[in-house]
Design a protein around this ligand. Structure first.
Ligand code: DLL
Length: 438
């Protein structure tokens, strides 16, 4: 199904590179002055580097600025990085992270407005109009997924259903009865919903009216896209964002589905070498770094996301001029080092989803036995394969083992487990159990 891509704000989204560079430079200079004058952490960092706000006059000057890390948000929790007075803050969003201590971000009314438009742009690119019924199954709360999606869908005048995450049976019932046309949730939950819909005997296209899905908040692959599109009979689009920068909508896919346009009139994206911290050219994978240039509440200078991806600046047939970011292929901090080999969970997922008979549900268990790292890949069989012959199942096991060895370079123990035995997640999927850290 080809979706109809509509550009929400052509003036900004299709601006010439020359104009955009000028605009980014001006907005950067303004942001730098704002944080220098109001946030002690930034002032101290810039002073230490001998940089004054007057030194930042154009986009190229960004390399003079210091980086910011998640630890800065933790250290300054909750309000230490605010650049606007508390009376101007109308919203707090946050994320718990993996280490327990949350990080929060304060939004002014203007920030909420910018964020709303970013999600509206993403939904427009997925064909959403006021004729659509948008079912939001991202969690509502401090997590930016639910409210972010909700605001964007409402902005387009769509009938918005704030389901939040969980209660799959109720999700399906509402989807069926209300005739939801656009689904917003994590890709892993979309796959689970797709399976559950089929199990319930409902037929996509007939009982389920979905035409598109806007999925993000966790890494996924092209193969997973195909599976979700087939299961639900939809176009599945990628959306990226992070709490620190403003939530979902920082970047989103157009109908060409080859990278997510970064909303460059609101953020500056850079790719750096994580070790040398030097900028890398378009087309080279590295760590994604964002600077907000319209945020008033809690602007971020050169925030290191630790997400690994590539930026592309070749023209996109959709007409948008903003650079595109490729899929997140890993995180500098999620990378597993197993027997000295760098392993990204996405590489293993890429192998698994290309093999018939296994479901897109897996978990990687890393351990250390007799001082040697071990990797076990537990993956679910589909219902049909589960009742197949033992020799056929063994063949699949062998195939997965060989392909992992060839793609990742290490021998893994592959365990095929019964359908539905790997716990499902309603939000972000937990794919790694690293027992070495315990
Ligand atoms: O996950 C915001 C969001 C909500 C994005 C809904 C898209 C849809 P955080 O909880 O702060 O915010 O997590 C941010 O999630 O640094 C990436 O590692 C990962 N992530 C987000 N979107 C994608 C995506 C939200 N499309 C962290 N592909 C980011 C891969 C993603 N990873």
């Amino acid at each position: 199904m080809a979706i109809k891509d509509k550009i929400y704000n052509p003036e900004m989204e299709c601006m010439s590179r020359e104009e955009l560079t000028k605009l980014q430079g001006e907005r950067l200079a303004k942001t730098v002055k704002l944080v220098y004058d109001n946030v002690p952490t930034y002032r101290e960092r810039m002073d230490a580097k001998g940089v004054k706000p007057e030194d930042i006059t154009c986009l190229a000057d960004i390399v003079k600025l210091p980086f910011t890390e998640k630890t800065d948000l933790r250290d300054q929790f909750p309000f230490g990085l605010l650049a606007s007075p508390k009376e101007k803050i109308v919203r707090i969003q946050g994320s718990s992270g993996t280490t327990g201590k949350p990080i929060v971000s304060g939004y002014t009314e203007g920030d909420v407005e910018v964020w709303t438009e970013m999600v509206a742009r993403a939904l427009s690119a997925a064909g959403c109009t006021n004729e659509d019924i948008v079912q939001v199954c991202y969690g509502y709360g401090l997590f930016t997924g639910g409210l972010g999606a909700h605001q964007g869908a409402t902005r387009l005048g769509a009938m918005t259903i704030p389901m939040s995450s969980g209660n799959t049976q109720r999700q399906i019932m509402m989807m069926n009865e209300l005739g939801s046309t656009i689904l917003m949730c994590t890709p892993s939950y979309a796959a689970y919903l797709g399976e559950s819909i089929r199990e319930a005997g409902l037929v996509p296209g007939k009982d389920i009216k979905l035409k598109a899905g806007v999925f993000g908040a966790e890494p996924w692959t092209e193969e997973m896209r195909k599976q979700i599109e087939e299961l639900l009979g939809i176009d599945a689009m990628d959306i990226y964002g992070l709490t620190e920068i403003g939530g979902p909508g920082v970047a989103f896919e157009c109908f060409n589905k080859h990278g997510m346009h970064v909303n460059e009139d609101h953020v500056i994206a850079e790719i750096i070498d994580p070790i040398t911290e030097q900028q890398l050219p378009y087309g080279t994978p590295g760590e994604l770094v964002f600077t907000t240039i319209t945020k008033e509440g809690q602007p971020m200078l050169r925030y290191r996301t630790h997400d690994i991806c590539t930026l592309y600046n070749d023209p996109c047939p959709c007409g948008r001029t903003h650079v595109r970011m490729g899929r997140i292929t890993g995180r500098t901090d999620d990378m597993l080092v197993i027997r000295g080999v760098n392993v990204f969970p996405s590489q293993i997922e890429g192998v698994l989803v290309g093999i018939e008979g296994v479901a897109p549900h897996y978990v990687l268990v890393v351990d250390r036995v007799n001082h040697t790292d071990t990797l076990e890949v537990k993956v679910e069989l589909t219902e049909e394969m589960f009742s197949d012959t033992v020799s056929h199942i063994e063949k699949i096991q062998k195939k997965i083992t060989e392909q992992i060895k060839s793609v990742v370079g290490i021998m893994a123990k592959v365990t095929l487990v019964p359908p539905k035995s790997i716990p499902r997640s309603e939000g972000k999927a937990k794919r790694i159990i690293d027992n070495r850290k315990l």
